[in-house]
Structure formats: C-alpha cells, structure tokens
Design a protein around this ligand. Structure first.
Ligand code: HEC
Length: 119
C-alpha cells in the first residue's frame, strides 16, 4: 500500500513535469559532468559533502532544479561561480539528474551491527 502511494506520487510528479525521468545514459552523462567540472572535488564523488565541512552535501535529495541552478549560478561564499558559458543549463540539468539518482543509504537502526551499539 505504502509502495503504491509512493509510486502514485511519483507518477503524478512525473506527469506534472515537476520531476523529469532520467535515463541511465543521462544519469551517466550527469555523473561525468559532475566529475569533469570538478564539483566532486569539493562536494564528494556522490555529493556526500566535503571533508571537514569544505562544501555542503548535495545528495541524496538535491534541491529542486530551479533552486539548485540559482545556487550554482550565484554561490553565496567560497564556491566558484559556474556561468552558463562554462556549464550550460542543459548540462546542469544532467548534473542535477545524477545527484537526484543517488539513493539514500540505510538508517543506523536498519543495520544490525550498528543497532547493537545503540544505547
Ligand atoms: C572549490 C570548491 C567547490 C566546487 C568546485 C564546487 N562547489 Fe558547490 N559549493 C561549495 C561551497 C563551499 C558551497 C557553500 C556555499 C558557498 O560557500 O558558496 C557550495 C554550495 C553549493 C550548492 C548549494 C548547496 C547548499 O546546501 O547550500 C550547490 C547546489 C552546489 N554547490 C553545486 C555545485 C556544482 C553542481 C558544482 C560543479 C558544477 C560545484 N558545486 C562545484 C564549493 C564548491
């Protein structure tokens, strides 16, 4: 039932254009752009965030594309600005698709070996 509700919500989001389905090929191209443009060097190869808080976590669950784009085009502080001549909107869309494809890891409570260590 819960799975049905999630699929229904996803189907609705897809139909409304809020979430665009990414093919495996697009996700791979997005991953390559994330590497080639050096995003990984600060944000980590799977967007997990930089060490010692160097750069924030980007995935899982990146911001919606429009917000993501604003943050990349007009960074607040230490991040270099990536302008459309360097990374086009279409390329940014692919990078976003890659980040959106990254699955959430299991929570501590679902890992038996770690659960045993919990108070
Ligand atoms: C030199 C390190 C560096 C590189 C390279 C870099 N970033 Fe960042 N990024 C940061 C830092 C630091 C921040 C935090 C805001 C700031 O300081 O501007 C940030 C913030 C962001 C944010 C906003 C996240 C939030 O939670 O506020 C997004 C989205 C983002 N980066 C995406 C990208 C993408 C996509 C690329 C590659 C095209 C990239 N970044 C390349 C360092 C980097």
């Amino acid at each position: 039932m819960r799975r049905f509700a999630i699929s229904a919500a996803l189907a609705l989001a897809l139909a409304s254009g809020a979430v665009r389905a990414q093919s495996a090929d697009e996700i791979e191209r997005g991953r390559q752009l994330f590497m080639a443009n050096g995003c990984y060097s600060c944000h980590g190869t799977v967007g997990q965030g930089g060490e010692r808080s160097a750069a924030p976590r980007l995935a899982p669950g990146p911001y919606p594309f429009e917000a993501f784009k604003v943050l990349v085009r007009t960074p607040r502080e230490a991040m270099p600005r990536f302008d459309p001549r360097h990374v086009s909107d279409a390329q940014l869309q692919l990078i976003h698709g890659y980040l959106a494809s990254i699955a959430k890891g299991p929570v501590v409570a679902d890992i038996a070996a770690l659960r045993a260590l919990m108070p």
